[in-house]
Design a protein around this ligand. Structure first.
Ligand SMILES: O=P(O)(O)O[C@@H]1C[C@H](O)[C@@H](CO)O1
Ligand code: HPA
Length: 291
């Protein structure tokens, strides 16, 4: 019997058990892991030699409870690159502790993954952003972390540097690829701010986040990136702007999760092109190995 509760599951023994369970059932040896954000499970659709595990079958793995998060761990190839995709991530607002939210990242590290690509859907705060833009995350604001909800509390080496969590070389490669694909007009760089959710922001909160320097706001990503950086993984963060966050009391539009999923699904093909080209090229580029 393996616990599916919210008990801390990040002892080394538990991480090892889950890793060994998976590795004894697959021949894939992924070097790249992709976390799919809301409605972005489609990113895994065109990989070859697929092998799919349902989260509920994997010992110690949490289960997905949010629409648009399928709850599948998918191994496969993009061209000749072995990858693992999380079709569905875990969020603090689902009631999971941050140690549970970030558990898969520790499993990826133990499997031998070297690079993690974390995707999400977010609301645009930067006034230049349009719905459907892709924001390459250059930095983040860990708002729950400021209030003591931090995935590294109680784990490993303290005081890690976070000023370079998002690899400069990987960001540059993504910008270059976007330009080659003719996507420069809607690929941007910016700062992502995590809130815990589950409610969307009030207008006063959105104004505050904007003043603080956030270009977009979402309810995920930061815990996974923080643990990935702490484990020594290279990180790329891609945020799809699914809605414009209202900073103005006269605006009537109201954001909802269905709209977020709709835009994610509409833009998933474009994001997939960027992602697959990135995966094909990464590990070939010398610069990346040194970042
Ligand atoms: O998993 P992500 O961060 O993509 O999900 C976003 C944030 C909320 O979970 C949800 C709101 O629609 O989408
Ligand atoms: O506007 C938003 N706020 C928070 N999270 C989100 N995820 C998608 N859009 C949003």
């Amino acid at each position: 019997m393996h616990s599916k509760g919210n008990a801390c599951c990040c002892s080394f023994d538990e991480c090892k058990l889950t890793t060994e369970w998976l590795m004894s059932r697959t021949r894939h040896k992924p070097k790249i892991a992709v976390v799919c954000g809301s409605g972005l499970g489609l990113l895994a659709d065109n990989i070859s030699n697929k092998q799919v595990f349902r989260y509920e079958d994997i010992p110690n793995f949490p289960v997905s409870t949010v629409p648009g998060h399928e709850g599948h761990l998918v191994f496969g190839h993009v061209r000749d690159k072995s990858c693992v995709f999380m079709q569905g991530r875990f969020h603090l607002y689902e009631g999971y502790s941050l140690c549970r939210v970030t558990f898969p990242v520790r499993i990826f590290k133990l499997m031998g993954v070297e690079t993690i690509i974390v995707t999400n859907a977010s609301g645009g705060l930067c006034q230049d952003f349009k719905v459907g833009d892709i924001m390459i995350i250059k930095d983040h604001i860990n708002l729950p972390g400021f209030a003591g909800q931090h995935p590294l509390c109680g784990f490993g080496i303290r005081f890690p540097c976070m000023s370079d969590a998002y690899s400069k070389d990987l960001r540059k490669l993504t910008l270059d690829i976007s330009s080659e694909l003719g996507y420069s007009n809607f690929v941007r760089e910016g700062v992502y701010c995590m809130v815990s959710g589950p409610n969307f922001e009030t207008i006063a909160e959105a104004r505050m986040l904007h003043i603080l320097g956030s270009d977009s706001v979402g309810m995920s990503t930061v815990p996974e990136v923080t643990v990935a950086k702490h484990c020594g993984l290279r990180v790329l963060g891609l945020s799809l702007i699914t809605n414009k966050v209202s900073l103005d009391y006269s605006r009537e539009e109201k954001v909802n999760h269905e709209e977020v999923l709709h835009i994610s699904k509409m833009r998933a093909e474009m994001l997939q092109k960027v992602l697959y080209t990135f995966i094909t090229r990464s590990h070939q580029e010398e610069a990346i190995n040194s970042s």
